[in-house]
Design a binder for this molecule. Structure first.
Ligand code: HEM
Length: 199
């Protein structure tokens, strides 16, 4: 068995705090939207705005870290091994002794499917949620930026749609976490930082 440190202390801190903030933003956001009741509307809206600022702050921090460490390169999309990875997730994963075609290393942490999924998350879902959320927050200032004729429902709709995309991402992401062999392999790597290769 080989043991590699793949996720640094910062990456683990960023991953888990982002996860906690996003789960709480989904909970409070969909309460504001009227899907269910837990905190009560006013409290949910207040917590949502507070968590939103924390997520924005964390994102600024993470963007800075990715650029100075050069780790942003881990997300450059590639088609190398894409067919093998797609075949694995659709067919081979259900076979008893199948082995994932991609081996995670400190230099190449993400398989080609992850690179595309995380790039879509970082470059589309997150920015759409930030921009629409900030516009929503500063609705009273819209006349100052020439947006007085834009319906609030449009921005709210875009924000909610991005919220649904976030929810779908979360569900698929959690499913993927438990597709490791052994079961806790991926979760353990993101908690301890170490990837134990059993292959
Ligand atoms: C995972 C991230 C997020 C999710 C899932 C999410 C989801 C939602 C949803 C579903 C609503 C209700 C929209 C409606 O029915 O009109 C909402 C409201 C809102 N969101 Fe978000 N949101 C997220 C992040 C953010 C961020 C980053 C910001 C700000 C930068 C933000 C600011 C707001 C504001 C200001 C409201 C209106 C709440 C109020 O009435 O004060 N959200 N959000």
């Amino acid at each position: 068995m080989t043991r590699d440190m793949v996720f640094s202390r910062f990456e683990r801190f960023w991953h888990w705090s982002q996860a906690a903030l996003i789960i709480h933003l989904i909970m409070t956001g969909f309460e504001v939207n009227g899907a269910y009741e837990f905190y009560g509307y006013e409290r949910a809206a207040e917590l949502h705005r507070f968590n939103a600022w924390l997520l924005l702050g964390l994102s600024v921090f993470a963007i800075f870290w990715h650029f100075i460490s050069g780790e942003w390169k881990q997300y450059i999309p590639t088609t190398d091994k894409m067919r093998a990875v797609l075949r694995y997730y659709t067919l081979d994963i259900f076979k008893k002794d199948s082995v994932h075609p991609f081996k995670m290393t400190p230099l190449v942490k993400h398989n080609p499917l992850q690179r595309i999924a995380y790039s879509a998350f970082n470059l589309m879902i997150l920015p759409i949620i930030w921009v629409s959320g900030l516009l929503y927050m500063y609705y009273n200032d819209w006349p100052d930026i020439g947006m007085e004729n834009v319906p609030l429902a449009l921005v709210a709709g875009i924000h909610t749609a991005a919220g649904f995309a976030m929810l779908v991402f979360l569900i698929v992401h959690v499913y993927m976490i438990f597709t490791g062999k052994p079961l806790m392999r991926y979760l353990k790597a993101m908690i301890t930082g170490y990837e134990d290769s059993h292959d």
